[in-house]
Design a protein around this ligand. Sequence first.
Ligand code: HMG
Ligand code: MG
Length: 305
Amino acid sequence: MVVPDPALPEHVAIYEVGPRDGLQNESAVVPVEVKAEFLDRLAAAGLRVLEATSFVHPRWVPQLADAADLLQRLVRVDGVDYPVLVPNERGLDRALAAGVQHVAIFASATETFAKRNLNRTLDEQFAMFAPVVDRALAQGLRVRGYVSMCFGDPWEGPVAPEQVAAVGRRLVEMGCHQLSLGDTIGTGTPGHVDAVLDACLAGGVPVQQIAVHFHDTYGQALANTLAALRRGVTTVDASAGGLGGCPYAESATGNLATEDLVWMLDGLGIRHGVDLDALVATSTWMAGQLGRPSPSNVVRALGRT
Ligand code: HMG
Ligand code: MG
């Protein structure tokens, strides 16, 4: 039954991260043909933003070393945006050579994760990003900014919402059109989402520019998403089949499953443009490719894995 809630947005833009955040964390390297088919199927299921891959150092994330090859094989669908992660100018050069039009830089809210994920201090990460953003904007690209460890860090423990807001604000001031707040290890709860959003809004980041990126390690991702929607956030990151994690963050598991998100949005009468059956079929197929069942409740309920 559909029961709308007037306090929630009428439309949510789903930012699909399965091909990047999901596959970067697979122990096996997924063949490039399978990745290309995954992207084609996600586009056919109605997803309009597909984070396709990363141009990071191939030694750091060997699972995505085939980024250029993948983008060459991609049959780009009209109206579908295929952003990619780039950490530095070398990554941007590779992304530009592949014809990318939308890139995402990824900052850390904490010193320890900046070091572990980017081999930079908190301040040095901005020095690395600045020329990437300047050059990307000058070439007419759009730049998204992630902040990781917004809700806690496995090495440093609690992270002050003001620290998250300060890092996020710097990314927006650099020229990022969107700020994605990452619960990298999935420990956040709905009140904490309010606190982080309060700090970001007080720090001058408009809610229209904020996206949320919840990993589901502690089963809180959907509740946290609902909390963010109540605050007016309308872009939600999710991963088909609940694939995902971060190879450089202890205890990071899959993202919020796109199917679980779609099920909730359908029940609330919120438009999203995704064909749930086609998406479940895609995640069921991908689970077969990976040789293990999807962790998504909705895929398990509706699919045949
Ligand atoms: P570094 O070792 O400090 O690199 O790594 P460097 O700048 O010193 O360069 C060393 C060599 O690497 C040079 O080659 C560079 O050209 C080369 P040499 O001159 O020695 O022959 N190099 C590259 N080659 C290819 N592509 C590149 C590249 N960059 C340098 N882009 C670096 C620094 C940033 C490269 C490294 O730390 C890195 O690749 N990190 C990426 C880690 C990663 O991908 N983590 C997962 C994504 S983040 C995430 O999942 C969180 C998120 O989902 C949100 C959330 O959940 O919170 C987004
Ligand atoms: Mg992530």
